[in-house]
Ligand binder design. Structure first.
Ligand code: NAD
Length: 360
């Protein structure tokens, strides 16, 4: 009998979510709001995507209460308070968030405080729409909670909304998604179902992203990337993340580095660090990235190059004297990791990521 690689035992929890996937699916937004019994929706966007918000409000018609265009990075509680005031003033009873992880985060923050149902319409590949996780900031303090109360009930993926995602952000956002699946494959609570989704998600994105870098309007590649991002988001919501995500949280929180770009620079280095401790996961990652000839770390480094992504933390604005501080913070309150954390090796990893050297 063939060994399915199931391991001795595992736990798998499915998260409830309804997904509407395709092209032109935004047209379903009113029906989907009705399905959630949302009679007065508050539309959420960033200032840059106000146009997307207006399109949603038009389509919601009599089920729209109004819009809030002030979503911003890191879900600051002050912005949530302003959005919440609008939610109450407009007598809204549900949120429709259209945008990237920042906007979907604001929808989750409102749901956490009101119990309102959420319809999420992602326009990047970050994956927040598939997770029961909410990160919020107050001053320089970040808190994270995990609760089904913040998981969007319905997600509409419409490839048309991603055609305008700039090429540079498409590449980094896609590699941000791949990072979720990579860490799911060596997670402490990894399970065979999520590992299947992880491999498929990595493969779809790895094939699509270089095509998108050359032609951001390629609909087939955009569709594959969005499908991959969905699967990778499921991975993030289902199992624990490790060193890579810890490093990105430290770097983002301490030096204000941009989210998707930081993930892109760090991923190959974190994978190289973990490779000796997770050979089976590495083989699956390398396979999903196109073959066993290159190591998983090398293939990720090459993918970042193929999409023209930044390669060094220095070019993202990290100060050189921050390397030691970041190494200290990464080993303080660490996430579980397949390879034990060694401060000196992590410092070396950060030094290589700082200069943009290939992973080792
Ligand atoms: P983002 O939401 O901050 O978007 C970046 C910018 O791109 C914004 O100005 C946005 O309006 C714009 N944009 C988005 N889609 C566009 C499109 N199709 N066309 C043109 N412009 C577009 O970036 P992100 O990387 O999607 O999300 C990052 C945030 O999400 C971080 O705060 C991160 O912590 C959070 N996040 C949370 C989770 C979770 O599970 N809680 C998961 C992933 C990310």
């Amino acid at each position: 009998m063939a060994d399915l690689g199931l391991g001795a035992s595992f736990v798998y929890s499915a998260l409830p979510a309804r997904v509407v996937f395709g092209a032109g699916t935004l047209a379903n937004v009113r029906d989907e709001a009705e399905r959630l019994a949302i009679a007065r929706a508050l539309g959420l966007t960033t200032p840059a995507q106000a146009e997307h918000g207006r399109a949603v409000i038009d389509l919601l018609g009599d089920r729209a209460a109004g819009a809030f265009h002030g979503a911003t990075m890191h879900t600051p509680v002050g912005v949530t308070a302003t959005a919440l005031a609008a939610f109450r003033e407009l007598a809204a009873d549900g949120v429709v968030a259209i945008g990237g992880g920042s906007t979907i985060g604001l929808g989750k923050a409102i749901a956490a405080r009101t119990g309102a149902p959420q319809l999420a319409i992602p326009t990047t590949y970050a994956g927040s729409e598939m997770t029961p996780i909410l990160g919020e900031t107050e001053g320089d303090q970040k808190t994270t909670r995990r609760s089904l109360d913040v998981l969007p009930e319905t997600v509409i993926y419409d490839v048309d909304l991603t055609l305008g995602l700039p090429a540079a952000l498409s590449g980094t956002s896609g590699i941000n998604a791949i990072a979720h699946a990579v860490e799911a494959l060596y997670a402490r609570d990894a399970n065979p179902i999520i590992s299947l989704l992880a491999e498929q998600g990595i493969a779809a994105l790895a094939r699509a992203l270089p095509v998108i870098a050359g032609d951001p309007g390629d609909r087939a590649a955009r569709s594959a990337a969005q499908y991959g991002a969905w699967l990778c988001g499921v991975c993030l919501g289902a199992v624990g993340m490790a060193l890579h995500h810890k490093l990105c949280h430290v770097l983002g929180g301490t030096f204000g580095l941009p989210h998707a770009e930081t993930h892109t620079v760090v991923l190959a280095h974190a994978v190289a660090y973990n490779a000796p401790a997770a050979p089976a996961a590495m083989a699956r990652i390398a396979h999903a990235l196109g073959g066993a000839e290159r190591s998983a770390a090398r293939a990720l480094h090459d993918l970042a190059g193929a999409v023209g992504a930044p390669r060094s933390l220095a070019e993202l604005g990290m100060p050189g004297d921050g390397i030691d501080r970041a190494a200290d913070l990464a080993v303080a309150n660490p996430y579980w990791n397949p390879r034990p954390l060694d401060r000196s090796a992590i410092r070396d990893l950060l030094a290589r990521a700082f200069t943009g050297a290939p992973p080792q």
